[in-house]
Ligand binder design. Structure first.
Ligand SMILES: CC(=O)N[C@H]1[C@@H](OP(=O)(O)OP(=O)(O)OC[C@H]2O[C@@H](n3ccc(=O)[nH]c3=O)[C@H](O)[C@@H]2O)O[C@H](CO)[C@@H](O)[C@@H]1O
Ligand SMILES: C=C(OP(=O)(O)O)C(=O)O
Length: 442
């Protein structure tokens, strides 16, 4: 079969070595772009990554009348919301299924227009991804929600008012929903059990620059005093710690040495501890972090994914590849999503020994139990990987397939790699820079 632009042929076995840069986080830049809708003047977001999720949000904002202009410096986006009131959103449902970000348009659009239509959501298919926390919170602010066959329509006949909200779980998206809605709601909002990921703190910094009053209090409480008006912001997006962790895992699995420019220690501390326990080495510099395999054997670990400051769910997939090389049995408990080990089928096809326990491991007690069961993957190593044909299932799983193919003996064809562009800027160029041996025709 001929090579298509959605396929990469990788000849494995070559260590990745060199320097690459990570830019602004997908999980902040897209939300910061939505925040621009709340301002009365133009915002400047810097360090925006060139990824498809950003293009999807830019397209949606444009449909809503936000004029987006790129600045002379790469990654600079000017977002002018002054024409939102006169926009006609004719093609809005053409964006159905393209990303999860549209749900965050609710609050800003209700404030600006008194109504919002949100097309069906996309994002990674990693189990059921309900939006009940979002809708419950919006209703508490005074929104009236109507479910339609192609999405959700929302109105706020009496305006939006501050509310007391306690999330059943510290959801990242629902916390952002509350922040983006409460800042212009009349009165005060107290949010309990909020998510406190670094990207959320960066969003709060942006909202404060716009004129919002937000206090982050102890024990996951966020207190917001609504204001009458917000203006544009100037902000440089926080670095993408998920991308940085992925390249770190690639360095370890391929026995390589990668300097990740733009990575910072503080937001990656939990990852760095595990990286060290597995046998990886790192050096922290002012402008980035060097991740490398220092020689010697890799060691097995037990990981429980969790909300921040725990080990992030988006970090486990690339690291699993390195764990197939560790000497012994590693266990990963995925506690954030119900179904995030689908990517391991392809690794097993390549020779890994990974057993997924869909209902969790008997007798294992979590520190903070959330459900009756949690998915667990048990990885027994070391198992050398062999080249195979594999298909990318989702963003992080896809990156792990790339790493697996890079470490495997022989040739692999990884198809459906387009998904990886959702969250990894120019990953093909970066692989080239790091000396990977592959064929890809754009
Ligand atoms: C674009 C973006 O920022 N994506 C990130 C965001 O996703 P996202 O914001 O979608 O993740 P959440 O933190 O909301 O989800 C966490 C858990 O809460 C559940 N839940 C969430 C909302 C809701 O209304 N009801 C409900 O049950 C989800 O199904 C999931 O099991 O945080 C995740 C957890 O750090 C990351 O893996 C994603 O990369
Ligand atoms: C799950 C992820 O993203 P999203 O929420 O955008 O699907 C991810 O970044 O790994």
């Amino acid at each position: 079969m001929g090579l298509t632009s959605d396929e990469i042929i990788i000849n494995g076995g070559r260590p990745l070595k060199g320097r690459i840069e990570v830019r602004g986080a997908k999980n902040l830049a897209t939300k910061a772009m939505v925040a621009a809708l709340l301002g009365q003047s133009t915002s400047l977001l810097r360090n925006v990554p060139n990824i498809s999720d950003v293009r999807v949000v830019a397209g949606l904002l444009a449909l809503h009348g936000v004029q987006i202009t790129k600045g002379d410096t790469p990654g600079d986006y000017y977002l002018d919301p002054s024409r939102v009131e006169s926009a006609h959103m004719a093609d809005i449902d053409a964006h159905a299924g393209s990303s999860r970000i549209p749900i965050l348009f609710c609050g800003p659009l209700l404030h600006r227009l008194g109504e919002a239509f949100i097309p069906d959501l996309g994002g990674c298919r990693i189990g059921d991804r309900p939006i009940d926390f979002h809708l419950d919170a919006l209703r508490k602010f005074g929104a009236v929600v109507e479910k339609l066959p192609s999405g959700i329509r929302m109105t706020a006949p009496n305006g939006l008012h501050g509310a007391d909200i306690e999330l059943p779980y510290p959801s990242v998206g629902a916390t952002e929903q509350v922040l983006l809605t409460s800042v212009l709601a009349e009165g005060t909002t107290e949010l309990k059990n909020a998510a406190i990921e670094p990207e959320i703190m960066d969003l709060i910094a942006i909202l404060q620059k716009m004129g919002a009053i937000i206090n982050v209090e102890p024990n996951r409480v966020i207190f917001i005093e609504g204001v009458e008006e917000l203006h544009g912001y100037k902000h440089s997006a926080i670095f993408d710690r998920n991308e940085a962790a992925s390249w770190a895992a690639a360095a370890l699995a391929t026995e390589g040495d990668i300097f990740v420019g733009g990575a910072r220690q503080e937001e990656m501390m939990t990852f760095l501890n595990i990286f060290r326990k597995v046998g990886g080495a790192f050096e922290i510099e002012d402008d980035g972090i060097r991740f490398y395999h220092p020689g010697g054997e890799l060691k097995p670990v037990v990981i429980e994914t969790d909300v921040h400051p725990g080990f992030m769910t988006d970090w486990q997939q690339p690291l699993v590849v390195a764990l197939t090389k560790a000497n012994g049995v590693s266990t990963i408990h995925e506690t954030v999503y119900e179904n995030r080990f689908g990517f391991t089928d392809a690794l097993n096809k390549m020779g890994a020994d990974i057993v997924v326990y869909k209902d969790g491991l008997e007798g294992y007690k979590r520190r903070v139990a959330r459900r009756d069961f949690e998915q667990a993957a048990v990885i027994t190593g070391p198992t050398p990987l062999k080249g195979a044909d594999v298909e990318v299932p989702d963003l992080r799983g896809g990156f792990s397939h790339l790493i697996a193919a890079l470490t495997a003996e022989g040739q692999s064809t990884v198809s459906n790699v387009g998904i990886i562009s959702r969250g990894y800027e120019d990953f093909i160029g970066k692989l080239r820079q790091l000396g990977a041996d592959f064929v890809f025709e754009a």
